[in-house]
Design a binder for this molecule. Sequence first.
Ligand code: SF4
Ligand code: SF4
Length: 412
Amino acid sequence: MYNPGMPQPTLNEIILEQANKCVLCGLCLTACPTFNESRREAQSPRGRISFAKALAENTLPASKQLLTSLAGCLLCRACERACPSDVGFREMMLATRSIIKKSSHSRTELSAIVRVILYLARNPKTYSLLVTIYTKSGLRWCLQKTRVLRLLQLDDIDALLPTGQPSFEQQGYISKLPKPSLRLGLFTGCLSKSLDNQTSHSIKQIFNALNIELVTANRPLCCGGLSDSTINEFQAAFPADIKTVVSCVSGCTAELYEDLAHHKGNDINLLDVSTFLSQQNFQGLKFKPYEGVIAVHEPCSLRYPLAAEKFVYDLLKLIPAAKIKPMPENEQCCGGAGDYMFRQPVMAKKLRDNKVRAMVKKLPALPDIIVTSNLGCATNLQAGLQGLNEHIEVVHPVTLLARQLKTGGEKQ
Ligand code: SF4
Ligand code: SF4
């Protein structure tokens, strides 16, 4: 936690403060997806705490086993909820990864394509430019027609690229309304701005109907690895009258909200968009019935740090006739976990396949649509659904809500 004016603890002190709370009881083990999959202590929270502690105390070399164990953590934080000793796993793991990153051990065996994807993920401007060239030049059309994408197993990522719909995500965009009842900030995360125009357009549609004006950040903002200066940047990116910012990517919201909440002088309230919308008055708006089955995937970011999964169900109840089912084994991470699916593709695929298998086995019928509040989970799940005979669409809950909104039923 950042306390201006106070001496900041070192990374080793942060690790030891959390690791020393662990009483080795093992209650967290079966909450951990990587332990459940591998049944190995080294891939459990308790194993990772031991390795992190040894690294901080310099009692073990940074062996391959130690690095593999720590790199294998999804940072899903399911262990935090199970832990009776209040071990702050996120704090400990972030400090551990910072130490590893600064050391010569940070060199990993990532493939060239993964390095390129991770580079692009952290450079949304370059990414947007390449996506525009790819979609507008006809290259995308050719690759889709010749099935090259499918052969390269890139069709699931391709499916998420923008379809040519103009983005309203320019920096400092305002969805101008004549007499708005409220003005809010909209934070889209860096990658979703390019990958997922559909969600931001749906959000705009719903907020317009509620007569709420949206303002996007006046500069590029990323939630990753927040330092104090980037929290200041986040605050400065919105006009002074904006006190509430909604986010359409639960992973980004989770990454930011604790730091914002604990930052001295912060007066911005950051919320997942479904949380905000579930508390609004929808009287006067009408929604078309949805006859299909909606499976709700609960991203770990929404379940554990934000504890906000319930609001998605509340929101979907606005849709008449909707048959809403939780995805089986929602308590276990799907393997998406930010860039985890690129860094640890083997484990990510196992966890994703487990999730799809559980859905096929435990739901009485396959859903027509899966909703998830996190773009990374959507990408990963879509890839996992490729093997099924039936097409199941994966969308943000607000996208489904916007599709069902009756046009002409908006509030005046
Ligand atoms: S954060 Fe998730 S993957 Fe990492 S140790 Fe905890 S439960 Fe396991
Ligand atoms: S539940 Fe908490 S105290 Fe028990 S082993 Fe896991 S991290 Fe340690």
